[in-house]
Design a protein around this ligand. Structure first.
Ligand SMILES: C[S@@+](CC[C@H](N)C(=O)[O-])C[C@H]1O[C@@H](n2cnc3c(N)ncnc32)[C@H](O)[C@@H]1O
Length: 261
């Protein structure tokens, strides 16, 4: 029964999410209308038996723990380097608050947003001192600006025709010289460059730089795990150790940029 379901899902996916159709949708900016069906977090229900790390979307395998250890250390170092006490930090797509909880009991003012109700509820429980806004980052209204905005593991869920507005919104909510810290699973095949899957877009760093350039001065853009230089697409990606998927968060790029005045 399970394998029949898998085959039906595979067939449906091949008909509704393929290079030809996806490029047509992107060209006519129709992909954003598919957001409701494409963003898995709109209807995601948190399984309370899972760990915070698993709820955030990362498995508990050793290689992923290694990636997250580095990524958490890096974020904190960057925040400490850039901010002073009472500065305001925003976490876009905070999930259950795994990264936000690293800043618990700090002297920064914490803010977070997430599209998913359960995620926000869990993050609130983990970091009660933060201010939360639930909803799609594209449509929520936040009457505040920030000194540092970070967004980790979220860009894959942002449609191609929405990504410029997403970046502009981040720019509008940053203080002058405010910092954007973006960690995103990047393109690892030609298929990714051609938008083979618009429900999980592994963007090319070239596209990200082009879209960010009018609003931000790029300080650093590199492989988040092994510091390698960015490439149009990564020809030597890490292999997933999970047989159920070819995705691994080990394949993520890190971009740090300063708001242009
Ligand atoms: C893979 S999880 C990462 C969670 C967290 N950033 C972390 O790395 O631990 C992606 C998160 O992004 C949120 N998300 C996806 N699309 C969003 C959107 N348009 N606006 C706000 N949050 C969004 C999801 O609900 C989910 O919690």
């Amino acid at each position: 029964m399970k394998s029949v379901k898998k085959i039906i899902k595979y067939l449906l996916n091949s008909f509704t999410n393929n290079i030809l159709l996806n490029n047509f949708l992107i060209l006519f900016k129709l992909d954003k209308n598919w957001n409701r069906t494409l963003n898995p977090y709109l209807s995601y229900k948190v399984n309370k038996n899972k760990t915070i790390q698993e709820i955030a979307g990362y498995s508990e395998r050793e290689e992923i723990n290694e990636v997250l250890f580095k990524s958490k250390k890096n974020l904190i170092e960057e925040i400490e380097k850039s901010l002073t006490e009472q500065d305001r930090i925003l976490d876009i797509g905070c999930g259950p608050g795994m990264y936000l909880s690293l800043l618990k009991n700090s002297n920064y003012k914490l803010y977070a947003t997430d599209i998913n109700e359960d995620m926000i509820a869990l993050a609130k429980k983990n970091v009660p001192e933060a201010t939360f806004y639930q909803g799609n980052f594209m449509s929520i209204s936040m009457p505040v600006t920030f000194n540092f905005i970070y967004c980790i593991g979220v860009f894959v869920y942002i449609r191609r025709s929405e990504i410029t507005s997403f970046i502009k919104k981040i720019h509008n909510h940053l203080e002058p010289k405010g910092i954007l810290y973006l960690n995103y699973p990047h393109a690892i095949s030609i298929g990714d460059l051609l938008y083979k899957d618009i429900s999980y877009i592994q963007y090319s760093p070239t596209i990200i730089e082009k879209l960010i350039a009018p609003y931000f001065e790029i300080i650093e853009h590199r492989h988040a795990f092994d510091n390698r230089n960015i490439k149009y697409y990564d020809k030597q990606p890490y292999k997933s150790l999970n047989p159920a998927t070819d995705r691994t968060y080990k394949n993520s790029y890190l971009l740090i940029a300063k708001k242009k005045l």
